[in-house]
Design a protein around this ligand. Structure first.
Ligand code: PLP
Length: 460
């Protein structure tokens, strides 16, 4: 066997363990009914393997925990903030940093500062909180992702790319003045964790520069994106993830960041921006909603852990094991002919619920149904990413009908073992074998904002 064909294995060993409850089928049934068939409403104690999200579920290293003891909890000017600022400058290359409590705090600031009512914000597929903040600031979101992204069977290597033709058409149609920025997500969560190529980012930079439009990155998983560029894009195989990340960021004007993803912590975020004027405004607005501009809702120790997490997140060995574990799970499902989004994404395996349940219409919530049945089977918690997550059009009040009806099995970083992945795959395969029995769900309670978090359902 060639050296490059050998298994991925984690570049760490376990020092502390967290026991989890071994749950039973009867317990799953009771908990599922109590939770209104919404996995967000389950108690974590009732979950055996929790693949709801990779957000804030990271395991920190001993070096990060040591950093937690180095918290400088001064109200103003904490040394941990300056360490974080320097670290972001060094690894991401942005000039100015505004810390926030998590990603949506940064999205809120950015949207309020850059968007005027009536503006249009294009993006490579929407993300729930990102689009909502754009809409609350008065903008309309326009999807400019490549068509392949909407096809779960298309094997293109960079299904997160922006379709430059769609982008140009939009500029012609509404005028560059109405477009404050393009929101470039890397990787694209809602498309199945699919990456954006370096060539695409570069071409988007050239196009937007001609029209004076900024590119604001949703950088939550930009390190995973950099890893995919290294693995898939000609010319990058010999570059480090760290080098690729910095080049990618250089084609953008700033970013919003959820520290709960790539940066390997449990809470935190930031807004980064190169433009002096926007930075001044953000540094002012952050004190209204988050906290002083040197902590933005985080404790000093949280900022220290995040700075150290960034350093660890860009290591090639870390990324190989991180994405390797996701691919391990995905490949087991592919071998069993379970329909999943291809290629396998960076942070999650996405089950294609439409292909599981052709007997259900989209109004019967096929992905919500699949997430519920998965939990019932083995206590594995996943997340709906379909019509419930897509919400309603704020103007017409009608459901958005997304092409993709997915269930996301999201892998927390450095948390579960290969055996947990085996148990998960066996459960998914069992639920797939019983697919003809599913009858769908009915929504019986719907909250106004981000309904997927709190909606309740009943079996039809
Ligand atoms: C998680 C996430 C966000 C929002 O970040 P929070 O820290 O949860 O507020 C934004 N964009 C993407 C792509 C995300 O995955």
């Amino acid at each position: 066997m060639g050296r490059d064909k050998r298994s991925w294995a984690e570049p760490w060993k376990v020092k502390v363990v967290e026991p989890i409850k071994m749950t039973t089928l009867a317990e799953h049934r009771r908990a599922l009914t109590e939770a209104g068939y919404n996995t967000f409403l389950l108690r974590s104690e009732d979950v055996y393997i929790d693949l709801l999200t990779d957000s804030g579920t990271n395991a920190m290293s001993d070096w990060q925990w040591a950093g937690m003891m180095m918290g400088d909890e001064a109200y103003a000017g904490s040394r941990n903030f300056y360490n974080l600022e320097n670290t972001i400058r060094e690894y991401y290359g942005f000039r100015h940093i505004v810390p926030t409590h998590q990603g949506r705090g940064a999205e809120h600031l950015l949207s309020q500062i850059m968007i005027k009512p009536g503006d249009v914000v294009p993006g490579n597929m929407y993300f729930t909180t990102t689009r909502l903040h754009q809409e609350l600031a008065g903008a309309t979101f326009v999807d400019v992702i490549v068509d392949e992204a909407h096809n779960p069977c298309d094997e293109s290597p960079f299904k997160g790319n922006v379709d430059l033709g769609k982008m140009e058409d939009l500029i012609v149609k509404v005028g560059a003045k109405k477009i404050p920025y393009v929101c470039l997500a890397a990787t694209v969560n809602m498309a199945g964790g699919q990456p954006v190529s370096m060539a695409n980012a570069k071409a988007l930079r050239e196009l937007t520069a001609k029209h004076g439009i900024k590119i604001m990155m949703d950088a939550t998983r930009a390190v995973e994106n950099a890893y995919f560029i290294q693995q898939r894009e000609p010319g990058y195989a010999d570059k480090t993830v760290r080098e690729i990340l910095k080049e990618f960021c250089s084609y953008t004007d700033g970013c919003t960041m959820s520290g709960k993803k790539d940066p390997l912590v449990n809470i935190g975020g930031w807004l980064a921006i190169n433009d002096e004027t926007i930075f001044e405004e953000a540094r002012n607005l952050v004190v209204v909603y988050e906290g002083l501009h040197t902590y933005g809702g985080m404790a000093g120790r949280d900022m220290e852990a995040m700075a150290r997490g960034i350093v660890e997140s860009v290591q090639d060995d870390h990324m190989r094991a991180r994405v390797g574990q996701v691919e391990y799970l995905g490949n087991m499902l592919i071998e069993a002919d379970v329909p999943i989004v291809r290629p396998i994404g960076g942070h999650a395996v996405y089950l294609d619920a439409r292909a599981f349940y052709p007997q259900l219409t989209q109004d019967q919530f096929p992905a919500q149904t699949l997430a519920a049945l998965l939990y019932e089977d083995a206590g594995v918690r996943a997340m709906e990413r379909g019509i419930v997550s897509a919400g309603r059009d704020p103007k017409t009040g009608k459901h958005h009908y997304p092409k993709l009806e997915l269930v996301r099995l999201t892998i927390p970083r450095r948390v579960y073992t290969q055996a947990h992945m085996d148990v998960t795959a066996e459960s998914v395969i069992e639920v797939y074998e019983n697919r003809k029995k599913a009858t769908g769900l009915k929504m019986i309670y719907e909250p106004k904002y981000l309904r997927f978090f709190q909606a309740r359902f009943e079996v039809i």
